[in-house]
Design a binder for this molecule. Structure first.
Ligand code: MG
Length: 400
């Protein structure tokens, strides 16, 4: 079999309601795009993949790699992956967009191999450890947590560093002890390691499933200090690319839960290697979602079906209707679990008309405007990555 052509599909995936609510005139505040790829072969088999990590740049990177991919036998996945990696050296290696591009291609190659052998991708990865994948949703309020609980969801994650302890306390009170609760601090650089430890200690009483990105991912020593001082499992890794990007997190056991983004970690091949590295250190795998599209979600489901140390899958519920329109079939979660698909390959296809009806509008986040406290010192709208944390007691109460 030979690769004959590669096409990319870039689409606007909408700005989630939660990101635009209360921000007048900021409909494009948090544009998300999804980049899908189709790899065509001389045997008529077509493989589907997805790459995240600045999708419009990912699209260009895939187009750039096309000449080194056409003519290759798509069943030699590792060989092609290595060829792509070496091709990025002159650009300073992959970065996140390069890894996203390789991710999309790698995923499509696994899809092709599954279709060629008439078997699901999970079967190529060693077979099923489980039939269903547990998912969790996002809840910033007790009301939202209860809504998800009514849908059968068994885990919720609250985000941010603003009044987190209050938020978690209210959610725990509302949902009871049956649900798992997680906290994602989103690694803000104005949240010092000491801040993360203070908040983490205050959160210990709520018995969280994990405390995610308590400090920015750029500083492993700060994360290590949080790990050493807070008795909650620590999670991180969503911004990393390939196994070298997560090596220290895993080998130094700085995390208890590793969170690869199945759109930019480098593909199904890298997800499997990462999972084995984690397994050797008793670390569980909880793939990241958020900006991801539904094809990368399928990849995560196949991998989680086949690895022993899968913990739980992040899932953005009810964010944009187009998520449900662009793929067939869309994996439904029933009572908090997604059934592992048994169709050949990944078992999913995209609706190209839906992609065409939702053209990309760029992918940069526009935070704030002159209407909403923009440039106020010590707030996110200041547009400064490293900020001072003012009004500490108001935003991050840690005592009761
Ligand atoms: Mg996160």
């Amino acid at each position: 079999m030979k690769i004959t052509d590669i096409k990319t599909f870039l689409m606007m995936a909408g700005a989630p309601e939660a990101h635009t609510a209360g921000r007048p005139g900021t409909a494009a505040w948090s544009n998300r795009n999804w980049c899908f790829v189709k790899i065509y072969t001389d045997e008529g088999i077509v493989g589907l993949g997805e790459g995240s990590g600045w999708p419009r740049v990912v699209q260009t990177a895939i187009e750039d790699m096309k000449p080194i991919l056409i003519g290759e036998d798509p069943t030699h996945i590792e060989r092609i992956w290595q060829k792509m990696l070496v091709s990025t050296m002159g650009n300073g290696m992959t970065g996140t967009p390069g890894s996203g591009a390789m991710n999309a291609v790698d995923m499509a190659l696994w899809d092709i191999k599954g279709k060629a052998l008439d078997t699901p991708v999970w079967n190529l990865l060693g077979g099923k450890v489980r039939e269903r994948i547990r998912v969790y949703g996002h809840a910033g309020t007790p009301e939202r947590a209860l809504q998800l609980k009514e849908q059968g969801i068994t885990g919720v994650k609250a985000g941010g560093v603003s009044r987190t302890v209050d938020k978690v306390e209210a959610i725990r009170k509302a949902v009871g002890d049956e649900m798992d609760i997680m906290v994602d601090a989103h690694g803000p650089p104005w949240f010092t390691a000491k801040d993360a430890i203070m908040v983490g200690k205050a959160l210990e009483q709520f018995n969280l499933l994990f405390y995610e990105d308590p400090v920015p991912p750029d500083n492993l020593d700060a994360l290590r200090r949080v790990q050493d001082n807070v008795d909650i499992p620590i999670a991180a890794g969503e911004r990393s690319s390939h196994i070298w990007g997560v090596r220290e997190l895993i080998e130094d056991q700085i995390v208890d839960v590793i969170q690869p983004d199945s759109g930019r970690i480098g593909g199904i091949s890298q997800l499997m290697k990462l999972s084995a590295m984690a397994e050797a250190h008793y670390i569980t795998v909880a793939p990241h979602s958020g900006s991801l599209g539904p094809i990368a979600e399928y990849a995560a489901i196949h991998v989680m079906a086949a690895i022993p140390n899968a913990l739980i899958l992040e899932r953005v519920h009810d964010d944009v209707p187009v998520r449900y329109e662009v793929v067939q079939p869309h994996p439904e979660s029933v009572n908090g679990y997604i059934e592992v698909p048994n169709r050949p390959g990944l078992g999913v296809d995209i609706d190209e008309d839906v992609v065409a009806r939702n053209p990309s509008q760029g992918n940069t986040v526009r935070s704030g405007s002159s209407d909403d406290d923009a440039y106020e010192p010590g707030t996110y709208d200041e547009h400064v990555y490293f900020q001072q944390r003012y009004r500490r007691q108001k935003t991050m109460r840690t005592t009761r």
